[in-house]
Design a binder for this molecule. Sequence first.
Ligand code: ADP
Ligand code: MG
Length: 329
Amino acid sequence: MEGAMNFRQFLLFAGCLLWSIVATADWYTNEQAIMGTVIRTELWSDDPLTAGEAIRLVNEEMHRIDRLMSTYKPDSEISRVNRDAAEKPVRISAELLDLLARGIEMSRLSGGAFDITYASIGQLYDYRAGVRPDEQQIAAALPAIDYRFVELDLDECTVFFSRHGVRIDLGGIAKGYAVERGVGILRAQGIEHGLISAGGDSRILGDRRGAPWIVGVRDPRNSDRVIARLPLIDEAISTSGDYERFFEEDGVRYHHIISPATGHSVSEVRSVTIIGPDATMTDGLATSVFVMGLEDGLRLIDSLDDFEAVIVDRHGALHRSGGFLPPQQ
Ligand code: ADP
Ligand code: MG
């Protein structure tokens, strides 16, 4: 008879049910290409529906942030700012205003090494196509790099560029911000153990069920080699490297981190990894320290509570900030 179950079928059904209950308390992972990078979400859940919904919401949030902050999208809020803010104050969302304020704060903290107006020259590069500005173009655009040209009106929620030719880009903090927001979503969904990464920026939620998460720092010149393993719980970790987006011409490496002082890509160090309690901060600090170089960079990190650094210098040697437990090799 259709619809009824014999005893054998019942056993099979019960067995499947039991198996699915046991098997669904598990780690779930998902990878999506968003924001020009791979967004990886890993989480522990005892319910596949909760896990699936959390992953969906995280990816949706990444798309939303990309629409807000991508300078490649002509209709993004930031593109509108870049088009109009030298003409008149542009009204922006509270979220973008807050991010611009955080970018400017990072400029102050880093003595100008971090500067969202780096894009006044940064926009002239196309790393994939191997295109770079010549010295004349750099000299012409360099005067437009200075975060002090970005005037925020917190009451009116507007941004104004007090000089023509200024361009801004939040690429130095966007991914950190995105993974921080993503982990906020996991938390709101009741998830207690997870990790979200966007390229070199990761935000960890909780531990890995009884053990720390182990995040590897890769060798900047050999993507298969890990040079340090950092055990982390409930922390953010960001790496800025000269190997992420670059091209070489006549033995010179042109990459995506630009010195606001010279307009050229910086080659003081090969990679900077920062750990700390907030991914927007670790992202911005990694970019900052990369520009500042080994000594000034370590001094900055040592002056901050809660943040530590692992730096690979230009010769490939490993350095770490004062408060660090020795990295596990
Ligand atoms: P990614 O995670 O994309 O590798 P990083 O955190 O290493 O990024 O920062 C590099 C990005 O920061 C660049 O792609 C660019 O968007 C932006 N950037 C480059 N130079 C600076 C700078 N001096 N100040 C602020 N942002 C910068
Ligand atoms: Mg950064």
